[in-house]
Design a protein around this ligand. Structure first.
Ligand SMILES: [Zn+2]
Length: 187
């Protein structure tokens, strides 16, 4: 069958057979995966049964799981980004605990900027718009609004763990062994 125009992503594992990242899940397009195979940078652990590419001299099944031959060290200190703050807080408002899609989440300075609060891991939490509005430029003690969890700088490990609780929309069955112990796969 022709594979052009179809996705057939490959799950990319580090040399220790753990995903390079969980959230977003480390996936390469089949073109990238095939190129890496020919450059001998990855081992193929599993293949799509129904997807084959042909070159003039040979044909190959598209890989569904690949592992890097050289280990890539993962970052020790997570970047202070919007996404990582949401991920640290499990995409839930730290005041009312609602879990919301990213575009409905905002940031709250626990000690407001107007009161000298800084934009740091220790002073920024995920908040929904209503809670953010309600809190305004008040201190937590003035409203009795305290973050659910004390904000701290997360470790890479914590972010990876939090990412694991958000399964991707699409999971090929061959990925199951490398991702979660308890994934329910839709068929
Ligand atoms: Zn809220």
């Amino acid at each position: 069958m022709s594979v052009s125009g179809q996705h057939f992503p490959a799950l990319v594992l580090n040399a220790d057979f753990r995903p390079l990242s969980y959230f977003p899940l480390s996936l390469w397009s089949w073109q990238e995966a095939v190129k890496a195979v020919f450059l001998d940078r990855v081992s193929v652990l599993s293949e799509y049964e129904d997807a084959v590419v042909h070159s003039p001299s040979q044909s190959m099944r598209l890989p569904s799981v690949i592992a890097l031959k050289d280990y890539i060290p993962t970052a020790r200190k997570p970047a202070f980004t919007r996404f990582n703050v949401f991920l640290r807080d499990n995409f839930s408002c730290q005041y009312c605990h609602d879990r919301l899609p990213t575009h409905e989440l905002t940031f709250d300075h626990v000690i407001p900027r107007a009161r000298g609060g800084r934009t740091t891991w220790e002073n920024v939490v995920t908040a929904c718009s209503p809670c953010n509005l309600l809190k305004g430029s008040k201190l937590p003690s003035e409203l009795g609004m305290h973050p659910h969890r004390k904000p701290v700088r997360p470790s890479s490990r914590l972010l990876q763990e939090n990412g694991r609780t958000f399964p991707p929309n699409y999971l090929h069955e061959s990925w199951r062994d490398y991702l979660y112990w308890n994934t329910e796969l839709e068929t």
